[in-house]
Structure formats: structure tokens, C-alpha cells
Ligand binder design. Structure first.
Ligand code: SAH
Length: 391
């Protein structure tokens, strides 16, 4: 790769890089040599000019995202090597199987590729760049995905670049595929539309939590709030739920949920869908449900919003605890990275106090093996959940 500049760090600011933390903050930089543009590759050195690694430069608070650690400069094969390793890990951890063909192939820093997300929907790869460097390198990434799949004789028919800033900049980098596409997840089927859908089209991170929910749903009256594509609803019905109600503020999400329920052969006397606000919906639903799922969008996207977010989680959970039948179960989640698992737990304790219900915790849930977290980059942990038994 062409290296377009050198960043040297201040004395004493190299410890985290030496421990494989991939972010270099602007405040740690002593000197910038050359004229690196946003997204170009740079070398990172310590205060004594020893090479620590190479990565993508970007003018901002995180100035360098380190991709290779050590003294060897990255070559053109860097993406194929890292994506190949990531794919092997997905195969080894049994994320991919004859019943599941939708998975996250690359999860940013967790796979040593900061700024890059790749999701696989059956034979289609969706690339999403969260940094200028990954956006510039997107065709190299697409070629690397093709190479890695060919090498392992796994079929791939298209690579789509899903822009984070709007549909107009999204494009097929290789091949073409029609949307919506049908994928399989633990034998359940879902339509995925990466062109119009949120994120890359589907929330893969809840796969194992949906499976657990399905195993606990038999005979129950279930409420799936913030349902989006209806993932939890499909698993609940497959697991033998008596009745499922799905709620989402978006009409589009409700229509997707309906389509996914009928794709899986469930008819409308087993479920009802509501395009409503969850808080509003819960108000007059006392003692109706045995099982409630609370999977809201991230209430806080940055630290400054954390306090408000905690108040939001507390209110939401208190309302659900007040509404649920005695002996009921709540699956509650937070995908806000800035609300860590301890803070989330404490917030649930406050909610139970507010609701005046006795609650015990069963399972502690998190993100699955295709959303790995580097031990040196705790920031990669974002999804947490609890299974609550409300007396
Ligand atoms: N549980 C889903 C993912 C949820 S994404 C899954 O397993 O795939 C969050 C969803 O919450 C989005 O579809 C969004 O439309 C919806 N949403 C956001 N605010 C809401 C509100 N106040 N009430 C109901 N739905 C809301």
C-alpha cells in the first residue's frame, strides 16, 4: 500500500498502540510528516521514531485507525488476509451452517479492520465503510472478498457498497443482486433489503438472543416492541407462542414484519401488528402479556447523551414491568455503546424499584461470535441484554 505520511506520537503516548488498541487520538500526536489526506495510509512511530504500525489517517478526534501493528508495511494482500481470517473464524465458531446463511463477516476493530463492516446475506456481501480510508479502499475490499470466497469455494454473486450517508452513493462493486433477498437464520426465513433497509438491512446481532426467546415462548402471549423486521416475532411463533403482537413506530417496519411472518407460514390469527409508539402502546396493557421484548434503537450515540438515555431505558423498562403479568418474562436490551453492562444493570434495578415489582435476572445476553470484540478495544462491546423474571 502507498504510505503517504508519518505520524509520530508524544513521549509516553504509545502504550495503548503497543497493546494493540487501534485508535490514535489527535492529542497523542507529536508531529505529522508528509501531507496525508483523509483516508490515506500512514506509518505510526513512537517518540523515538520506532515504527509501531500502519493505518488510515483521518482529520478528526480519532486521527489514525491502525490496521497493522509492527514494523512490516502492509501489502496489497492485507485485506484478503484479514477477511480470510475473519471468514475462517465464522466457519469455526459455527455461525454459518445449513440453517444460517446471514452473518457478519467483518466487525470493524474486532476483526482488525477498524472502520469496516461486511455483512453476508446468502450470496451477497454488503460493505459499509465508517471511515474515509475504508471508503477509498472499497474496491480493494470487494476484490478481497471475492478472492477469499473463491479460495474456499463459497459462492458469492454480488458485493454492494452501502453508504452511511445516503442511498445515492450506494452502488454494486461487483455483480448484481435483486432485493429483497431471502436469507435463512436458524431455519427461519427473512426478507432482507440492503438498498432500502436500516443499517445493512437486518439486525444480525440478535440472532442467538432470538433463538433463546423462541425456546422460551411456548404457549405464551408475546409482545415484541421495536420489532423492525419482526425477527423476535417469527422465532416466538416458531417456538409455539399462543399469540404475538408486534409494535414499531415505523409503518415500513410493520409491513416488513407482516411479510416475514407470512414468509414463515404464520397466519394473521396468530399475530397482530401495530404501527405505534412503544411507550404509548404499553400504557393500557396491564396483565395482557407473559413475555415482552424491549429492543429499542440506541438511545445514546455519544457520551453527552448518556444521562438522557439512561432515563429512557429506566422509563421503558419500568413501564414493561408494570404491564407484564405476574410470573412474566422480559427480554430487555441496550445497543448503546456508551451505556456499559454495569450501568444498564443498575438502570434495570432502578426500573424495578420504580415499578414496585420483584424481579430476578436469568440470562445475561450479549453480541454473538460474528460480532467479536478485541480484548484491547473494549469500545467494541455494545449489545447487552437481560432476561428478567417478574414476580
Ligand atoms: N428488534 C429488532 C431491531 C430493532 S431496531 C430486530 O431484532 O431486528 C429499532 C426499531 O425501533 C426500528 O425499527 C425503529 O423504527 C423502532 N422505533 C424507534 N423508536 C420507536 C418507538 N418510540 N416506538 C416504537 N418503535 C420505535
Amino acid at each position: 500500500m502507498k504510505i503517504q505520511g508519518t505520524i509520530s506520537l508524544k513521549q509516553g503516548r504509545d502504550h495503548s498502540v503497543k497493546r494493540f488498541h487501534p485508535w490514535i487520538f489527535s492529542g497523542a500526536i507529536q508531529q505529522t510528516l508528509g501531507d496525508p489526506g483523509d483516508g490515506s495510509w500512514v506509518e505510526v512511530q513512537d517518540a523515538k521514531k520506532a515504527t509501531l504500525g500502519f493505518g488510515h489517517y483521518q482529520n478528526g478526534s480519532i486521527t489514525v485507525r491502525v490496521i497493522t501493528f509492527g514494523t512490516s508495511a502492509p501489502t496489497e494482500t492485507i485485506y484478503a488476509e484479514k477477511i480470510g481470517r475473519a471468514l475462517d473464524q465464522r466457519l469455526e465458531t459455527c455461525v454459518v451452517s445449513e440453517h444460517t446463511n446471514a452473518y457478519r463477516l467483518v466487525h470493524g476493530e474486532g476483526d482488525g479492520l477498524p472502520g469496516l463492516v461486511i455483512d453476508i446475506y446468502h450470496e451477497v456481501a454488503i460493505v459499509q465503510a465508517h471511515s474515509s480510508g475504508m471508503l477509498i479502499d472499497r474496491t480493494l475490499v470487494a476484490d478481497a472478498i471475492k478472492h477469499v470466497f473463491e479460495e474456499r469455494s463459497i459462492k458469492l454473486s454480488a458485493v454492494y457498497n452501502k453508504s452511511i450517508s445516503g442511498k445515492s452513493e450506494s452502488e454494486y462493486l461487483l455483480g448484481m443482486a435483486a432485493v429483497p433477498h431471502i436469507v435463512a437464520e436458524h431455519g427461519n426465513k427473512f426478507y432482507v433489503d440492503w438498498e432500502e433497509g436500516q443499517k445493512t438491512g437486518f439486525f444480525l446481532d440478535q440472532r442467538e438472543n432470538r433463538k433463546l426467546l423462541g425456546e422460551m415462548a411456548r404457549g405464551k402471549t408475546v409482545l415484541n416492541t421495536f420489532c423492525y423486521t419482526g425477527g423476535f416475532s417469527v422465532y416466538a411463533l416458531r417456538g409455539g407462542a399462543k399469540l404475538v403482537n408486534s409494535v414499531d413506530a415505523s409503518e415500513k417496519a410493520i409491513s416488513l414484519t407482516r411479510k416475514n411472518l407470512s414468509l414463515n407460514g404464520f397466519d394473521s390469527n396468530q399475530h397482530e401488528c401495530y404501527a405505534r409508539d412503544t411507550f404509548d402502546f404499553l400504557k393500557d396493557k396491564k396483565d395482557v402479556y407473559d413475555l415482552i421484548i424491549l429492543d429499542p434503537p440506541a438511545f445514546a450515540k455519544h457520551k453527552e447523551a448518556r444521562h438522557q438515555a439512561v432515563k429512557g431505558y429506566q422509563r421503558l423498562n419500568a413501564e414493561a414491568m408494570k404491564a407484564i403479568r405476574s410470573g412474566g418474562i422480559i427480554f430487555t436490551f441496550s445497543c448503546s455503546q456508551v451505556v456499559d453492562s454495569q450501568l444498564f444493570y443498575d438502570t434495570i434495578v432502578s426500573a424495578a424499584i420504580q415499578a414496585g415489582r420483584q424481579v430476578k435476572v436469568g440470562h445475561h445476553l450479549s453480541q454473538p461470535a460474528d460480532h467479536p470484540v478485541s480484548l484491547f478495544h473494549r469500545e467494541g462491546e455494545y449489545l447487552k441484554g437481560l432476561v428478567l423474571y417478574v414476580e
